[in-house]
Design a protein around this ligand. Sequence first.
Ligand code: GTP
Ligand code: MG
Length: 186
Amino acid sequence: MHHKILFSGPVGAGKTTAIAAISDVTPVVTEARARDRTRLMKPHTTVAMDYGVMELEGGDKVHLYGTPGQPRFDFMWEILAEGGLGIILLIDNSAADAMYRLRHFLDAFDEVIRRTSLVVGITKMDLAPTPTLADYSERLEQAGIRAPVLEVDARSADDVALLIEALLYTIDPGLDAGDPRAETAQ
Ligand SMILES: Nc1nc2c(ncn2[C@@H]2O[C@H](COP(=O)(O)OP(=O)(O)OP(=O)(O)O)[C@@H](O)[C@H]2O)c(=O)[nH]1
Ligand SMILES: [Mg+2]
């Protein structure tokens, strides 16, 4: 089985980093030299997409796509979301307007989120402890969205794997082979 998952979220949240950390193949990246405000944050930014693959134990493959964070490339968001099982939104907690950015992406992907599944990963909590995970959960609740919110470091393959597992579990608990309840149910 082939699955497709989309990573999105604002500039610098760690989408490219996360896909590179977890991919079993050399990821395809479309990085260009950043200009304007983005350059103050980091030298490169995604201009089209990221792509990587994660192989599951049973032989299933999860194709991982990452969007550009910059709004000027937002025409790519819808294209990349097509056919996906769900979306992982990464939010950089060290950004002053982190909560506003979450709302912006919830709005942008509203249709996809309601049709599929969502997991939210908060990055850079080592740099900024607030807002808290509870703050994010509350904001999601206000928007009428139920989704797991996890603290992650996009550089950590284990953390990224947790996000993907959470999404797969949200879609179909049977996909989570590590769940002991799945065995007792047989
Ligand atoms: N300190 C810290 N740094 C992190 C963490 N997660 C990611 N980073 C760093 O944050 C930066 C994220 O950059 P990218 O992966 O290019 O971000 P992106 O979301 O792809 O950004 P765009 O493509 O520009 O939209 C990298 O330098 C990572 O090493 C974290 O939890 N803590
Ligand atoms: Mg990127």
